[in-house]
Design a protein around this ligand. Structure first.
Ligand SMILES: O=P(O)(O)OC[C@H]1O[C@H](O)[C@H](O)[C@@H](O)[C@@H]1O
Length: 472
């Protein structure tokens, strides 16, 4: 059964991610576009560097062409945010990217975008799942790729320059140019290199790049910019005296940062730094949106500036939806994605990195100094994460106990509120919290805790796992 998760449809290559299913998903979207009478507006199709992404994107284009829907096909491997940007700039109602983002190398998938370059929300993916239930292989219409091109129903588009220019136009170029920063980029064998390097060189940074060859095994690592996966970047930033190291995930919608001292900067800290920067240095006003697994330091910053911090379930579609509704100036998640008002509605690792470079330039401060300032002003926030692979039986039993029997363990901290908005979230009296939810992108249980110290955060997670007899 084809099901959409937190960020599109993903499956293992050769298992669920096979041509038969890929073309079915495309046909389902073509049917939906016809039903909604937006098929005449065409679709944008792009792809990343994963194994099979290029071929799958062509199979998909053949389906849309077979359905008489004009395809704007981005011929070069592209970052997901660039594809989302193109959906927005071409005023299309739908677009898609063939990518499994930060997932392991044996996965691939399809992310679907809607008007304005937004992640398809639940109402769209539910409709697609419904259509898919009644769809069979003999209902898939196709037109050969070359024939589609010859007939003009598939047209190659090159939105690279427009996307890069859009980012550059939002930056304080003068401030960055004057700072003469030395930047090291790690695209993690993914797709950020061309755009990020072009943006940074245009604003006169000195840029070096590592891990940029085409390697569909992502160098044997998960293409996800974490403390563990960015070890080489960290070492090289220190050894080479770089001002900042930037890592982006497989499709470049997420980022991870190494500061000038070689410290990994968490996505929570990146979000907090940027929100504070926008409010305090750029004079912007407005709320912030975070998912429920993201630091509450954002709430403190918002409160200090007389603003509001909104909490939504995990999934960028919820972030962008809430940003629109509340006119928020920034939205993001602890998993490493963010965007700001005026840019695309989806997360963009390339734009976020460029904004951090601007922040360092404008403030004249180093990242670790700014983080110290935030801690002195708002107190310490430490998050602990556990990502656990459970057996099917363990998963079934835990789901029953957590979500049906509503079992809440006893902790050393008093629980103030319990929420089931997305998995389980416990808010403690001391301002800390715990989230336990099953990932929508991987077969994992995620347990996140935030407390004033890392030791306390680990202890609360340990108490939770211990109660349910799960080895952390
Ligand atoms: O925790 P998960 O359900 O695996 O989701 C983790 C992340 O997956 C994707 O990247 C989504 O676009 C994000 O919005 C989400 O935060």
């Amino acid at each position: 059964m084809i099901q959409f998760g937190t960020g599109g449809w993903r499956d293992i290559i050769g298992d669920g991610f096979i041509k038969d299913n890929i073309v079915l998903v495309a046909q389902a979207l073509a049917n939906l576009m016809k039903e909604e009478k937006v098929d005449s507006h065409g679709i944008v199709i792009g792809y990343d560097k994963r194994f099979l992404s290029d071929k799958a994107s062509r199979w998909i284009a053949e389906v849309f062409a077979g359905n008489g829907i004009a395809v704007n096909f981005i011929e070069k491997v592209s970052p997901t945010p660039l594809i989302m940007y193109t959906v927005k700039s071409f005023a299309c109602d739908y677009g898609l990217a063939v990518t499994a983002s930060h997932n392991p190398a044996d996965y691939n998938g399809i992310k679907i975008f809607t008007k304005g370059g937004k992640d398809a929300d639940l109402s769209v993916t539910k409709k697609l799942e419904e259509i898919l239930k009644g769809l069979s292989a003999d209902q898939v219409k196709t037109l050969k790729f070359q024939e589609g091109k010859d007939k003009g129903v598939i047209r190659s588009v090159s939105p690279f320059n427009d996307y890069v220019d859009a980012i550059i136009s939002m930056l304080d170029k003068e401030a960055i140019r004057n700072r003469e920063l030395k930047v090291l980029v790690d695209p993690m064998y993914g797709v950020s290199k061309a755009a990020l390097q072009t943006v940074l060189i245009t604003v006169r940074c000195e840029v070096d790049v590592i891990n940029d060859r085409h390697d569909t095994s992502f160098g044997g690592r998960m293409p996800s910019p974490t403390k563990e996966t960015l070890g080489k970047l960290r070492d090289m930033v220190k050894a080479g005296n770089y001002d900042i190291g930037i890592g982006t995930d497989g499709d470049a919608d997420r980022l991870g940062i190494i500061d000038e001292e070689g410290n990994y900067v968490t996505s929570n800290d990146i979000m907090a730094l940027l929100y504070y920067y926008l409010l305090n240095y750029k004079g912007m006003k407005g709320p912030v949106v975070r998912n429920l697994s993201t630091t509450h330091l954002l709430d403190r910053i918002a409160e200090d500036f007389g603003e509001t911090c909104y909490e939504v379930p995990v999934g960028f579609k919820y972030i962008s939806g809430k940003m629109l509704e509340t006119d928020a100036i920034i939205g993001g998640e602890s998993s490493g994605g963010l965007t700001i008002k005026g840019h695309i509605k989806g997360k963009d690792g390339i734009f976020a990195a460029a904004l951090l470079v601007e922040m360092i330039s404008v403030t004249g401060k180093r990242i670790h100094e700014m983080l110290k300032d935030l801690q002195e002003k708002y107190g310490a926030f430490h998050m602990h994460e556990e990502n656990l692979a459970l057996t099917e039986e363990e998963e079934r039993s835990l789901k029953l106990r957590l979500f049906e029997e509503k079992e809440v363990p006893h902790f050393t901290e008093a629980v103030k509120t319990v929420s089931y908005q997305d998995g389980l979230k416990l808010y403690f009296d001391n301002g800390g919290w715990l989230v336990a939810r099953f990932s929508g992108t991987e077969k994992l249980l995620r347990v996140f805790t935030e407390m004033g110290t890392l030791r306390e955060a680990k202890q609360i997670a340990g108490e939770f796992l211990g109660h349910f007899g799960i080895d952390g």
